[in-house]
Design a protein around this ligand. Sequence first.
Ligand SMILES: CC(C)(COP(=O)(O)OP(=O)(O)OC[C@H]1O[C@@H](n2cnc3c(N)ncnc32)[C@H](O)[C@@H]1OP(=O)(O)O)[C@@H](O)C(=O)NCCC(=O)NCCS
Length: 177
Amino acid sequence: MSETAFSIRQLRAEDWVAFRALRLKALETVPTAFGASQEEDAALSPEALRERLERAPSAVFGAFAGDSLIGMAGFHAQLGAKRRHRGLLWGVFVEEAYRGRGCARRLVERVILHAGEHVVVLEAGVTAGNRNAAALYESLGFRISGLIQKALRIDGAFHDEILLALDLEERASPSRG
Ligand SMILES: CC(C)(COP(=O)(O)OP(=O)(O)OC[C@H]1O[C@@H](n2cnc3c(N)ncnc32)[C@H](O)[C@@H]1OP(=O)(O)O)[C@@H](O)C(=O)NCCC(=O)NCCS
């Protein structure tokens, strides 16, 4: 399948069933990649899931192969006067069978485009050792900004989290400076 076989669009409240299924698959199959646990997200009500998809300017983007949702990437805008220039890239996941074909790159590019309309800095966290995700984000301009030691504890084991940030103002006018 070629890159162009995927279509990318923002998920809406009515996509909550497919969103839930993909999100739970992500949390179950790659628990170390995400801050939430599968049990926590499985307990979310349909209303909470619908709200998560319609909380502008926060947004979730989905990749579709035909009618099937096979990938996703989320954008969460921070709240409060002093923090609302910052946003978070979260929940990046592509079904195993569709990996290595540029799907996540297109999803994250879509989040960056959306984030540029709402925030100045886009942040991301990557569990130490997740080189694929770190390589993707760095190739799109993210730079390492910090490290949280023992950020996650999963089945008793601690995992550090690498923080990355993309300065969207700098990206829009790279010569400034
Ligand atoms: C990380 C993940 C989202 C990448 O999805 P993908 O659709 O396969 O990624 P793409 O095909 O768009 O690749 C984009 C870039 O990611 C990096 N990458 C992806 N897979 C890689 C691999 N197996 N080895 C090395 N780099 C890889 C590369 O930089 C690649 O760029 P390139 O194609 O120019 O070399 C996917 O592997 C996944 O869902 N992993 C489990 C969940 C996860 O780790 N999410 C990230 C949480 S921070």
